[in-house]
Design a protein around this ligand. Structure first.
Ligand code: AMP
Ligand code: ZN
Length: 111
């Protein structure tokens, strides 16, 4: 999608340090981290949100999570996966992404 910031990051048109990349996803640090560890898992193929996403990409991300949280060093103490969706959900970038937060005891509820 031409005007999508995450499509541009995926395409390398906006530079970013990719912590992980394969043919389906990239993982980058969030620009404004909300925790000591705060990354975004971004599917390469554009889709707006979790409702428009294919089952395949959701399952793919789920199956990659163990490797990603291990690489980040947060698998033992735990972490949070967040998919903000739509206006009330606080989604600011309309390209599906999974926040992974950890590195400290996170507060709840997050509002
Ligand atoms: P959301 O508000 O759930 O749509 O999440 C979008 C996230 O993308 C926010 O946490 C932003 O800090 C983050 N973000 C926006 N632009 C960039 C960028 N260029 N590189 C990394 N993270 C970004
Ligand atoms: Zn996009």
């Amino acid at each position: 999608m031409t005007d999508c910031i995450f499509c541009k990051i995926v395409a390398g048109e906006i530079p970013s340090k990719k912590l992980y990349e394969d043919d389906k996803i990239i993982v980058i640090n969030d620009l404004n981290p909300g925790a000591p560890v705060h990354v975004l898992i971004i599917p390469k193929e554009h889709t707006q949100n979790i409702l428009t996403a294919s089952d395949d990409i959701v399952v793919y991300v789920k199956n990659k999570l163990p490797e990603i949280v291990k690489q980040l060093g947060i698998e033992e103490k735990g972490f949070r996966v967040v998919v903000n969706t739509g206006e009330d959900g606080g989604q600011s970038v309309p390209h599906l992404h999974f926040h992974v937060l950890g590195g400290k005891a996170l507060g709840w509820p997050p509002c």
